[in-house]
Design a protein around this ligand. Structure first.
Ligand SMILES: NC(=O)c1ccc[n+]([C@@H]2O[C@H](COP(=O)([O-])OP(=O)(O)OC[C@H]3O[C@@H](n4cnc5c(N)ncnc54)[C@H](O)[C@@H]3O)[C@@H](O)[C@H]2O)c1
Length: 258
């Protein structure tokens, strides 16, 4: 019996089997959680359905986090099947590609800022808000994914770093507010991993190589390692932890830049 046995988890952000959300879903399923998945658009539907089959998920729903109607529809579909929600994973981010390329002063725009913050930061509040009663019923644990660019100026990360700073502040505000309801809110700050989203960042490959060399563990982390930490943080083993940003980056964040 796994340490998430009997837990019901909604995981938002699986695009394919390289996604961090896939690593999280897999490790959570391995620990006995029942998983529901969402897919952003019809383009991703069949891929996510295949993953759902692999993980034994019975609930697979469309969800674009910019749509309040779709967010509502997801939670009403969930409440038709489940009396409570124990885990909500938010593994979603987006900024226009041209914002993640070159100098901040040239790449930034008002529209890009608004879009990056809406999809990558506000959506955590929107999902938690819509799922509030189910999460309250389930002593829920909410988990999101951040990156070191929230705290340090990482080349080309630009507006996404600012959105991640907002996301990390959101974790603290939601944790402070929802603790009284028995709901915990945390983030994992992951080291660089080759995924679809990461491919949008200019020079991502060289960022991966540099991080591997400068990391205390001398390698990059995997989606399985992020998934294991996510599973722990969303389990009763972590019942005393909320409002935290936990690094799964091989120790990179403790080093001075080289
Ligand atoms: N890959 C990395 O190096 C890295 C490092 C640290 C943190 N992260 C974070 O991990 C999270 C997951 O990213 P990933 O690297 O697994 O890439 P990914 O491309 O596999 O996942 C990103 C997901 O966001 C979804 N998404 C984007 N816009 C959306 C919208 N409007 N509505 C609903 N879903 C939307 C995509 O469909 C996709 O499933 C992101 O928050 C990312 O910033 C990634």
């Amino acid at each position: 019996m796994g340490f998430l046995s009997g837990k019901k988890a909604l995981i938002v952000g699986v695009a394919n089997n390289k996604s961090i959300a896939y690593g999280i879903a897999k490790q959570m399923a391995e620990q006995g959680a029942e998983i529901a998945l969402t897919y952003q658009s019809d383009k991703l539907k069949s891929r996510v359905e295949k993953i759902a089959d692999e993980l034994g998920c019975k609930i697979v729903l469309p969800l674009d986090v910019t749509s309040d109607e779709q967010i509502e529809a997801v939670f009403s579909a969930l409440s038709a099947n489940w009396d409570e929600l124990n885990i909500l994973v938010h593994s979603v981010a987006f900024a226009p590609r041209e914002e993640l390329d070159g100098r901040m002063i040239e790449a930034s725009s008002r529209a890009g800022f608004a879009m990056a913050h809406d999809i990558s930061a506000y959506s955590l509040t929107a999902l938690t808000k819509a799922g509030y009663s189910l999460l309250k019923a389930g002593n829920g644990a909410v988990l999101t994914l951040s990156y070191l660019g929230a705290e340090r100026a990482v080349p080309n990360y630009n507006v996404m770093g600012i959105a991640k700073a907002s996301l990390e502040a959101t974790v603290r505000y939601l944790a402070a507010d929802l603790g009284q309801d028995g709901i915990r809110v945390n983030a994992v700050s992951a080291g660089p991993i080759r995924t679809l989203a990461a491919a949008g960042i200019k020079d991502f490959r060289s960022m991966l190589d540099k991080a591997a060399l400068a990391t205390p563990l001398r390698r990059n982390v995997t989606i399985t390692e992020v998934g294991n930490t996510a599973a722990f943080l969303c389990s009763d083993l972590a019942s005393g932890i909320t409002g935290e940003i936990t690094y799964v980056d091989g120790g990179y964040n403790i080093t001075a830049s080289t």
